[in-house]
Design a protein around this ligand. Sequence first.
Ligand code: ATP
Ligand code: MG
Length: 314
Amino acid sequence: MLQATNLWFGYPHSPDILKGVSLAIEPGKRLAIAGENGSGKTTLARLLCGLLKPVAGAVTVDDLNTSDPAAVFEVRRKAGIVFQDPDDQLVEVMVEREIGFGLRNLGLEMGEIKRRVTAALEVFAIEHLRRRPCHLLSAGEKQTVTIASIFAMRPDYVILDESTSLLDAGSRRRVLHAVDRLLAETGAGLGFISMRIEDIWTCDEVMFLREGRIDFKGTREAFLGHLDKIGVPLYGLPELLRRLERPVPGLAQALSRGRDLSAGSLADALLELAEAREARDTGDAREAGDAGDAREAGGARDAGDAGEGGGPCR
Ligand SMILES: Nc1ncnc2c1ncn2[C@@H]1O[C@H](COP(=O)(O)OP(=O)(O)OP(=O)(O)O)[C@@H](O)[C@H]1O
Ligand SMILES: [Mg+2]
């Protein structure tokens, strides 16, 4: 289990960024971490994978305490993070070297590195990028490469810090399917930092940070019931509603009022939507191949969730 217990953290000139945060991510489970800008999500992500050490409280990765200097390598091996800004993560010139970078650091033998790089390129559908220079990739391609490189290391826990924010709708769907597949294969736990309702909806549990404290923690259904108290928009909600093929009576009005939300009705709507989208996407793919993705991408890319930078990772 990846666990934070009563975590306190501050930067030299910004004390009390996190104030008593506790959470647990079990193997095979997914925790969504949402929160306002500056509420401490990225700071928490770095603490969870040992890049920062708590001022008080503790982070443990299975039986390892991230504050134990002797555990640094093993913590890095077990808990991988994909940064908000891929440019903070990319270190190699070529894509295949980039995906192999963490694997070389793990000390794997060359044959295994090659196998894992090829598998990662295949599962994320980026074989065509293999010999491309990273700095010439599009922002979405860079994000896909950074996600592929972390999953290639087969960590026991993965933290995605708004790591799909630069992907268009079609690419996001492909990447999240690959993530689903890899999590199912490896049984890894996921911490999914996102303000996107579709991402949050894939998680078993949701927490919402406000000013460094946990404002809400509970099931995704309970989170939907809490939306009116959040007061910040979740990306994707209007788009989800627009795409609803069978509108849920009263749902749009309830959302526009921003209160009286029935968790059940929104939950039902999202489930229906997920099914409708899945059916439509499958149909699109059969009819038009990738053209469907391109059409969708043009209309669905939304601004505002591209984020600030991170620090060194691997
Ligand atoms: N290296 C640093 N030194 C000083 N203050 C910092 C540093 N990094 C972050 N902060 C501050 O800590 C607070 C939390 O930042 P953090 O990046 O963790 O928030 P966030 O929830 O990830 O925000 P966003 O939604 O914009 O990504 C912010 O007020 C930020 O200005
Ligand atoms: Mg952040």
